[in-house]
Ligand binder design. Structure first.
Ligand SMILES: C[S@@+](CC[C@H](N)C(=O)[O-])C[C@H]1O[C@@H](n2cnc3c(N)ncnc32)[C@H](O)[C@@H]1O
Length: 307
């Protein structure tokens, strides 16, 4: 016979979880004391750690506030300063405290608002003023986000930092476009590449990108789309391979153009897609016809905004 489990009200479940967490905390403290006592020095160190500045390199996801992680929301709500990129959506930046200082460090193609070296220097300076700094980036900070470089500068200057991962565009945008990046019948691997042009060409390992049963996801590839499709075909990818470009995925501005590597550049040009846009190439694109689900609705953030 199936046992029926009593579903407890939400508040009760939270209280139980908190009790369990407190239990873990008390156990840890007891073990700490067993290991030599909670000395004044240790308390002072803890106090320093609490008051010293710290930088959180936070991934904001592809733009939809519902795709923020709980950790990202928590640090946003505690930040003294939010240094944000163009790709971090306004709704997300607005979730920080009203008193938090907001600094726009956004980058647009060829219009860098603040050079990368200045952004890193700013983060160091703010942390040295004992501020809790959220460096808010689109997607995930460690995927085409220069989070690695910023973390290196912080480490070199002895600044305390934390990396808060985010939903990278490949995952978030593909999900909202109804395109599974892998599927047992179509793709067993998935490759992420940056598709920006350098001197009108794209320096990629074309042989590796043309492997069958693989999905290719191209970041920053709007301008270079004709070059991408031409090179893929020249390196042996069948011109009938399905491909899609998704503009502003996961947000009300989402638009999806589908075709093949032969016709996608032309279709995208006619549709007039604008950045940010992501290209997905591979047989999995066919599944969108069956799996498209997102109707571009607005996300209601009143719940988060009231926290
Ligand atoms: C500098 S990269 C940053 C990537 C980011 N760190 C991530 O993990 O998603 C910017 C590129 O990400 C892609 N991108 C980010 N958000 C997107 C969105 N909502 N819709 C489509 N593409 C997006 C675009 O290809 C854009 O040019």
């Amino acid at each position: 016979m199936r046992r029926l489990t009593k579903v407890r009200p939400y508040r009760e479940r939270v209280a139980i979880m908190k009790g369990q967490m407190d239990g873990h905390y008390q156990n840890s403290m007891a073990s700490l004391q067993r290991q030599g006592g909670d000395t004044a020095k240790r308390a002072r160190l803890r106090e320093n750690a609490r008051s010293a500045g710290k930088v959180f390199l936070v991934g904001a996801g592809p733009g939809n506030p519902d795709l923020l992680t709980l950790r990202a929301l928590r640090v946003l709500l505690e930040a003294d300063v939010i240094v944000y990129d163009r790709l971090a959506s306004a709704e997300i930046v607005a979730l920080g405290r009203a008193e938090a200082e907001r600094v726009y460090a956004g980058k647009e193609r060829d219009h860098h608002c603040m050079p990368q070296s200045d952004i890193s220097r700013l983060l160091v300076a703010l942390a040295r003023q004992n501020k809790k700094v959220v460096r808010l980036k689109g997607g995930d900070p460690f995927i085409f986000g220069r989070g690695g470089e910023e973390a290196q500068v912080l480490a070199e200057h002895g600044i305390d930092f934390e990396i808060v991962p985010g939903v990278t565009a490949a995952c978030g945008v593909a999900a909202f476009a109804g395109i599974p990046l892998t599927h047992r019948d179509y793709a067993h691997s998935c490759v992420f590449v940056a598709g920006h042009l350098k001197d009108g060409s794209m320096n990629l390992d074309w042989q590796a990108l043309c492997r069958p049963n693989q999905t290719l996801v191209v970041y920053m590839g709007l301008l270079g789309l004709p070059v991408l499709c031409r090179e893929l075909a020249a390196h042996g990818m069948p011109t009938s391979t399905p491909a899609a470009m998704v503009q502003q995925g996961s947000t009300p501005g989402q638009r999806v153009v589908v075709g093949t590597i032969a016709c996608l550049p032309q279709r995208v040009a006619v549709a007039g897609l604008v950045p940010p846009a992501l290209t997905i190439v591979g047989e999995v694109v066919r599944l969108r016809e069956q799996l498209a689900w997102f109707d571009g609705h607005e996300t209601d953030v009143t719940l988060y905004a009231s926290l």
